[in-house]
Design a protein around this ligand. Structure first.
Ligand code: 9WO
Length: 252
């Protein structure tokens, strides 16, 4: 059982993940637990303030270290008393290392995660110095806060938990499991305007279909994400399929 704790000024945002779809079902099945902690409830002063103006001047506000620190320590302490040996604390920020499939798998094997979702212009750097915190990014763009990034991380991790997906949703067939982009998909009707379905998919020959899908995956990965292909390498059989893909697409 994975325990997720999130430190956020907007706990309600997370209901989208914890109550709906695959991730909602996984929680109801008891595959993970979720608690959101509001740093405002850990603020020391009478005004319960969690932000202040930046030293050195400039626009906007910075989240104070103290309320965040108290919330993180409370969450990790609670995880520990619930049997979590070692909690990993993650701060979602564009300054972090990019989240990828390998990191998602690594996180899905832990028993306690504490996610820190910032707001305003960021958090006091000393929080990151005081605690062992891994900084992760979900992409090279800025959001209005870390919550959506935390939810992206949660969704990607939860779908890897054993039992989270039904047989027909199996994560082993996902894009990226084999380091390649997904192949094209088709469903009924067999004609959309004047567009048909590749004949091989109608053939019922499952070996041919698997071969065609792998060929499409290789071709699309080369065309759209050549970086993934060079990182991964190709078998002799795959090189043959890719050459075939390039032949196939020459004529069209
Ligand atoms: C806001 C801002 C406003 C004026 C001038 C500079 C500024 N910087 C920021 C800013 O980076 N705010 C962040 C908002 C503070 C940390 C939480 N926020 C956040 C996290 N935005 N985007 C992310 C994020 C996290 C993970 N992956 C991609 C984006």
């Amino acid at each position: 059982m994975l325990q997720f704790d999130v430190v956020t000024l907007f706990p309600k945002m997370f209901e989208a993940v914890t109550n709906l779809g695959i991730t909602g079902r996984a929680r109801k099945l008891g595959l993970y637990q979720f608690i959101a902690w509001n740093p405002r409830d850990f603020a020391g002063n009478a005004h319960r303030s969690v932000d202040d103006r930046p030293y050195g001047g400039g626009p906007g506000m910075v989240m104070m270290a103290e309320p965040l620190s108290c919330a993180v320590e409370f969450a990790t302490g609670r995880q520990r008393s619930n049997g979590v040996q070692r909690s990993k604390v993650v701060y979602l920020t564009p300054q972090g290392r990019l989240l990828d499939h390998a990191k998602v798998i690594e996180l899905s094997q832990l028993s306690g995660l504490v996610l820190l979702a910032g707001r305003y212009e960021g958090i006091d750097e000393r929080l990151l110095q005081q605690h062992e915190i891994e900084e992760l990014s979900i992409g090279d763009y800025v959001l209005s806060g870390g919550e959506l990034a935390a939810m992206v991380l949660m969704d990607s991790v939860i779908r890897q938990l054993p039992g989270a997906l039904g047989d027909h949703e199996s994560a082993t067939q996902d894009s990226f499991v084999n380091g390649l982009l997904d192949c094209p998909h088709y469903t009924r009707p067999d004609k959309v305007g004047d567009l048909g379905v590749p004949a091989v998919l109608m053939s019922g020959n499952h070996a041919h279909i698997a071969r065609w899908r792998l060929k499409q995956s290789l071709g699309r990965t080369l065309q759209r994400r050549p970086d993934l292909l060079s990182k991964r390498g190709m078998s002799a059989e795959e090189q043959l399929l890719l050459a075939e893909f390039q032949d196939d697409t020459k004529q069209v």
